[in-house]
Design a protein around this ligand. Structure first.
Ligand SMILES: Nc1ncnc2c1ncn2[C@@H]1O[C@H](COP(=O)(O)OP(=O)(O)O)[C@@H](O)[C@H]1O
Ligand SMILES: [Mg+2]
Length: 269
């Protein structure tokens, strides 16, 4: 493997199959073209960064690929098969899970319950069975509880299992959201600004968590403002500005790209 081909994580991107291929996504809100012909190609095992100034369209792109918004146009393939991000539960079944820029936990439920809710997407008895408490559902429930505890431990918040979610610190709520997303056992984990509101120490430990998730075989798509974190973690980056993809490539190149520098420093944002 040549040094040029090898990225930060030691994976040769071109040798690995594409997991998510998105092309030609357009999304308009009234008079605002929030996404213009945006495409992205994420290979298995990558930690892929999506960056850009505020209002660039990053969250909108997440909302499109996770079925919260319908794109006006665009093609989607997951694992080489056509994929239609129609509704959030279908997206979860297809193997994509996400967290939200504005944390969306059930604040009055415990941390453990929040993760268990995420797990129900994957089970046979489902939410209805859980409510009716059929024998099959009860068996499943025990398994779900155990798995949820393991995930709380994995993200580092198991000591708060029985705390109401809203009582956790901001950083811990973001970790809890990651645990809930992992509960669906996703192939692709999409994180919308997971480090927002974290201090430097919390960011270092978040980085370790994301590296573990990646090492455990999941592909990660990361929206992040902290350039240092993105450059250190990601092996490929797409930069959005005013809804357009203005640069794509390995972090070291993207960082030097004049259009990117202009978007961040001179673009009047
Ligand atoms: N539901 C919506 N309705 C109208 N405008 C929206 C909506 N969601 C996002 N926008 C607009 O689309 C643009 C991109 O927003 P967003 O995707 O949140 O940017 P980013 O996540 O990069 O900061 C912004 O101008 C925002 O105001
Ligand atoms: Mg956003």
């Amino acid at each position: 493997m040549s040094a040029i081909m090898q990225d930060a994580a030691g994976v040769a991107p071109s040798a690995v199959p594409v997991l998510l291929a998105v092309q030609g996504v357009n999304k308009r809100f009234g008079g605002l073209q929030a996404l213009s012909d945006v495409g992205i190609s994420i290979r298995r095992g990558q930690i892929y960064g999506l960056i850009g100034p505020n209002g660039a369209g990053k969250t909108t792109f997440f909302n499109v690929i996770t079925g919260l918004y319908q794109a006006d146009s665009g093609t989607f393939e997951l694992d080489g098969k056509p994929y239609s991000p129609s509704a959030p539960h279908e997206v979860a079944r297809a193997g994509i899970a996400r967290t939200f820029q504005n944390i969306r936990l059930f604040g009055e439920m415990t941390a453990l319950e929040n993760v268990m809710v995420g797990r129900h997407v994957r089970t046979h008895a489902g939410v209805i069975g859980a409510v009716l408490r059929t024998p099959a559902a009860r068996n499943e429930e025990a398994g779900i509880r155990q798995r949820a505890m393991e995930l709380l431990d994995y993200v580092g918040v198991s000591r708060y299992a029985d705390f109401r979610a809203r009582t956790l610190s901001y950083g811990d709520q973001r970790r809890l959201e990651i645990a809930r997303a992992l509960a669906t056992d996703p192939v692709l984990l999409a994180l919308d600004e997971p480090a927002a509101g974290m201090n430097a120490t919390e960011k270092v430990s978040l980085r370790g968590l994301l590296e573990n998730i990646s090492r455990d075989g999941r592909t990660i798509l990361l929206i992040e403002h902290d350039v240092k974190l993105v450059m250190g973690l990601c092996n490929e980056v797409t930069v959005l500005d005013y809804g357009k993809s203005i640069a794509q490539g390995v972090p070291a190149d993207v960082q030097k790209n004049p259009a990117v520098i202009d978007a961040y420093l001179g673009g009047g944002h």
